[in-house]
Design a protein around this ligand. Structure first.
Ligand code: NAD
Ligand code: DAU
Length: 338
């Protein structure tokens, strides 16, 4: 298996590359990543010298870059590359359109041209919009009702990928997962931001009343699901992933405060996110039934393990928070392109 992973220098992509290299010893992995602010070579420093792994810097929305990454052929593409932060999409949505919509279409078009190349397109439960307190969780047939520009671009990308499956017979599988947490998550997202701020004794900014609900899954459980979708998913199908772990934001933050031993006075309610989705929850029954997949970690053990990871890996997150990781990246890239 020759696998192209896009966005492999980000949070979920880097965890997936590590999983594949460990669990599939005969596979080779090419990682195509633009190295935006969210792409950090330190995320895969431990596999850099692995002969079955190679890195190509490039943009999924640029057909020439995609062709360069595919020059030696490819059996499958797993597309993680995206702009992923809701708050950034509210600030400015243009790059979300380019990467998430044009980029995904460029990739599925390249797979179509190549022939016999499966695309697993990694998407999100946010395409379904928000649930009320008593609504049943989202299933694969739930209506698309995205509220943020981020979610709208992910929804558009899903529809384009599925349109390629129907129109051209391209082998596409779309997955939609709930909120991930775990090692190497960029500290703009709730869990790593709260853990690292709590360690630093900084304010913990909870949006609005903090009573919004998210459905949490450990990143490694998501990654084993993606591997199962790649190997066993039916072409043209959609699969939701989640771990049936709905939690109120404020409870998550308070649990982190307790695990770190920080002061509860750090919790500060701040202005709410516009159109803040009140609740997400996903039913993973189809993935469990068809892919033989199960999430393994409970939220409590996964969160405690994640807190321990950030406590033990200040060398990873401090340069990300103070911006100096970009200097590391610049040196790293210059060494490899000199
Ligand atoms: P991330 O923001 O941590 O990483 C994104 C990666 O994509 C970075 O390495 C970045 O450099 C790269 N990238 C961005 N634009 C690119 C481009 N034009 N060309 C090539 N590479 C580019 O993201 P993440 O949290 O790991 O999410 C990965 C995927 O999973 C995304 O598609 C996201 O929508 C989806 N997802 C995320 C979650 C979550 O909770 N984080 C949940 C469900 C689905
Ligand atoms: O559901 C899957 C999605 O989960 C992914 O598609 C997105 O890429 C990912 O970013 C995530 O989206 P959310 O908006 O749910 O994640 P975020 O970590 O930004 O916020 C989680 C919740 O915490 C949300 O209700 C907003 C709230 N929040 C977030 C931050 C960053 C706060 O209260 N304070 C904060 O500082």
């Amino acid at each position: 298996m020759r696998l192209l992973v896009t966005g492999g220098m980000g949070f979920i992509g880097s965890n997936f590359v590590r999983l594949v290299l460990r669990e599939r010893p005969s596979w080779t992995v090419i990682n195509l990543d633009l190295l935006t602010y969210a792409g950090n070579p330190a995320n895969l420093a431990d596999v850099e010298r692995e002969p079955r792994y190679s890195f190509v810097r490039g943009d999924i929305a640029n057909a020439a870059d995609v062709r360069r990454a595919l020059v030696a052929g490819c059996d499958a593409i797993v597309n993680f590359a995206a702009e992923t932060h809701v708050d950034r999409s509210i600030e400015s949505s243009e790059i979300f359109l380019r990467t998430n919509v044009v980029g995904t279409t460029t990739l599925v078009e390249a797979a179509r041209a190549l022939g016999r190349c499966r695309v697993v397109h990694v998407s999100t439960d946010e395409v379904y919009g928000a649930l009320g307190p008593d609504d049943p969780p989202f299933t694969e047939t739930s209506r698309f009702a995205p509220t943020s520009p981020y979610a709208a671009t992910k929804g558009a990308a899903d529809l384009l990928a599925l349109a390629y499956a129907r129109t051209f017979g391209t082998d596409v599988v779309v997955t939609r997962c709930s909120n991930n947490y775990g090692p190497y998550q960029f500290p703009e997202k709730l869990v790593p931001l709260m853990i690292t701020n709590a360690i630093e004794g900084k304010r913990l900014p909870v949006y609005g009343d903090g009573l919004q609900v998210r459905d949490w899954i450990h990143v490694e459980d998501h990654c084993t699901g993606l591997l199962a979708a790649l190997e066993h998913g039916r072409a043209g199908q959609e699969y939701n992933f989640g771990a049936r772990a709905e939690r109120i934001n404020l409870d998550v933050v308070r649990r982190i405060v307790g695990l770190i031993g920080a002061s509860p006075d750090l919790v500060a309610h701040v202005a709410d996110r516009p159109a803040h989705d009140r609740r997400y929850a996903v039913l993973p029954d189809k993935a469990e039934r068809e892919l033989g997949w199960r999430p393994r970690r409970s939220f409590d053990e996964g969160l405690a393990e994640t807190v321990r990871w950030y406590v033990g890996n200040e060398r990873w997150w401090r340069p990300v928070k103070d911006g100096s990781y970009r200097d590391f990246y610049r040196r790293w890239y210059e060494e490899r392109t000199a």
